[in-house]
Every structure is written in structure tokens, then in C-alpha cells.
Design a protein around this ligand. Structure first.
Ligand code: AVJ
Length: 313
């Protein structure tokens, strides 16, 4: 069984090197802030991937090479903005498919379905709420092939071992004809990467501090957000952006529902997120070691981002 929010918060804040998991960013408020991040000029990831989907939908679909009805399965669909560009192309070409977005949030799924049906009244959509792999296991029973989307550089949040484990699981759940399209942010000028995670408007800071807000509302925490700042840095040698919440003062913070007092030194950090950048070779190595083979990398004009297509061996 997966840990609960309280278990993870307790473990993370009692540790010598404090941390909180980035998967907890996305409550309703956090999801809204993430939408704002995606609209930032400096957060290039969204526009790059959108450009790939808008301009190369035909090339992607040709490479996928399905000639019967298929399922377009998306792991963690969010607002479906980028996928919409692919869906628009498929519908225009009268290609027969069913869109199956998978999300852990029922609410996110309902909104997505409503939005997409407004935009594309003829779209066949079966939104599924739950665990990615439970649903992929279900989908293994289907005869029709699947194109599985894991986009948005979500893979970047996983440590090397966790990413390997995730890809290995995906690979196990793919049927022989299925394909995987994975969207990954590439290594590039460190100045560009660094700015994407350090915006002047303080939106990324608010996104991070929302974790403390969440602890306040859900676990009766007593964090005073004014006593915390945000810091992130990019290490171009390993491709890792690491993000932190910083305690500006020596302080003790009560978390009522966990019955603990958490002590912070002045300048002490809470690690909140890993956003790893890859190069093509590294990505191929990670994925091809798990029984998948590369068909093609689809990159944007600036070569900042790749949507890479793999098939089963
Ligand atoms: C949604 C995980 C891809 O790591 O770039 C944006 C989240 N964090 N700004 C990323 C995020 C800070 C994002 N992912």
C-alpha cells in the first residue's frame, strides 16, 4: 500500500535532511498554481511540447503505425492541453481511437472530460480514475493496440532508480503492438533551465510553499509562510534541478494532527522536488534497458524537449 500524506510528511520532516514529496504539490490550489507556471514565459517546457504536438502530429502518428482502432492512454493527463493538439489531428484525419486519460483525481478527470467534449463533441473518451498500473493491467485484456502517453517531463521527478522501476513496469504492461511516447526535457544552456525554475513573479515559490499551506489545512500545521523562502538550482553535470523550501529563521513549528514539533535551524532546507533533464543517449539507455526500442525522437525547433517513441522489443 502507498503511504498517506501524513505518513510521508512525518517521515520527511523528522529526517536529518528534511524533504517533502513533489507529488503532494497537486491539490486543487497547487494544480491552479501549476497552470500559472505553464503560462510563464520562462517555463519553456509546455510551449516546446505543444509545438511538437502541433507541428509533428502526423509524423508521430505515422511512426506509431496503427491501422485499426486503438486506445490513446495518457498517464496523468492534467488539463490535456498538449494532448488536445494530437487529438485534433486524429479527429481531423478521421482516425478511429478512444482517448483514455488516467488520473488519480476524479475531479481533474471530470473537468478534463467536460472540456474536451466541448472542444471535440465526437471524441470517444473513457476517463479512468486510479492507479496507473491497475488501469494498464486492465487495458492488457483489450485486443486493440494502445499508444501510451507519459508526457510533460513527469519522468524528471523520479530519481534514477525510481525512473528505471517505472519504465520497467510500463514495459511489462505494454502489449506486443503497443507504443510508448514519453515527453522529456533535455539538457541545454543551464541559464535557460535555471530560469524556468526561478521566476521573478514568485509563482514557483508559491507552488512550493503551497506544500506548507497544505500541511496547515490538512494536518493542523502552524507554518507561518512569511518565515520561509524558496531556492532552486540546476547542476548541468548531472542534469538535476533541485528545489527547496528554506527556513529564514530558527523556529519550531507544531503540526497538530501529527502531534509533533518540527525544529528548523536558520537557513535549513526542505528538499521538495527533482526535475531531471536528460540527453538523448541517457534516455535511450534508461528505456532500452527495460525491453523497449526507440522508434524516433520528436524534438522542437530549439531542441529543448523531446517526445520519444518506443515500441516493445
Ligand atoms: C510537472 C514535474 C514536469 O518538474 O518541471 C514546474 C513541475 N516544478 N516548476 C517540472 C514543476 C516547478 C514540473 N513537472
Amino acid at each position: 500500500m502507498e503511504n498517506t500524506f501524513s505518513e510521508d510528511v512525518l517521515d520527511g520532516l523528522m529526517a536529518t535532511n528534511k524533504s517533502l514529496k513533489s507529488k503532494y504539490f497537486y491539490d486543487d490550489n497547487g494544480s491552479r498554481i501549476f497552470q500559472d507556471i505553464m503560462n510563464l514565459e520562462s517555463y519553456y517546457l509546455t510551449n516546446c511540447e505543444l509545438e511538437i504536438f502541433r507541428e509533428q502530429a502526423q509524423d508521430i502518428f505515422d511512426a506509431v503505425n496503427f491501422d485499426t482502432h486503438f486506445n490513446l492512454i495518457e498517464l496523468g493527463a492534467g488539463d490535456g492541453l498538449k494532448t488536445s493538439a494530437l487529438i485534433a489531428y486524429l479527429l481531423l484525419k478521421k482516425i478511429d481511437f478512444t482517448y483514455i486519460p488516467i488520473d488519480i483525481s476524479q475531479e481533474a478527470n471530470n473537468i478534463l472530460k467536460e472540456d474536451l467534449l466541448k472542444k471535440f463533441p465526437t471524441l470517444k473518451i473513457k476517463a479512468k480514475t486510479g492507479d496507473y498500473f491497475e488501469i494498464l493491467a486492465e487495458m492488457q485484456q483489450e485486443n486493440d493496440p494502445a499508444l501510451v502517453l507519459f508526457i510533460g517531463s513527469n519522468i524528471g521527478n523520479y530519481t534514477e532508480a525510481a525512473a528505471a522501476n517505472l519504465i520497467s513496469l510500463m514495459s511489462q504492461y505494454l502489449k506486443s503492438k503497443d507504443k510508448l511516447l514519453i515527453g522529456v526535457d533535455l539538457k541545454k544552456n543551464p541559464v535557460v533551465v535555471s530560469k524556468a525554475y526561478n521566476d521573478d513573479e514568485g509563482i514557483t515559490k508559491a507552488f512550493n510553499l503551497n506544500l506548507l499551506k497544505r500541511i496547515n489545512t490538512e494536518l493542523s500545521g502552524e507554518f507561518n509562510l512569511a518565515n520561509f523562502d524558496f531556492y532552486s538550482f540546476y547542476n548541468p553535470q548531472n542534469g538535476e534541478v533541485r528545489s527547496y523550501i528554506v527556513s529564514l529563521v530558527k523556529q519550531t513549528v507544531r503540526i497538530g494532527k501529527l502531534s509533533v514539533d518540527i525544529e528548523f535551524r536558520k537557513g535549513e532546507t526542505i528538499w521538495t522536488e527533482l526535475s531531471k533533464k536528460y540527453d538523448h543517449e541517457e534516455l535511450e539507455e534508461l528505456i532500452e534497458s527495460k525491453g523497449l526500442v526507440l522508434i524516433n525522437h520528436f524534438v522542437d525547433r530549439k531542441n529543448y524537449f523531446t517526445d520519444s517513441l518506443f515500441s516493445k522489443k
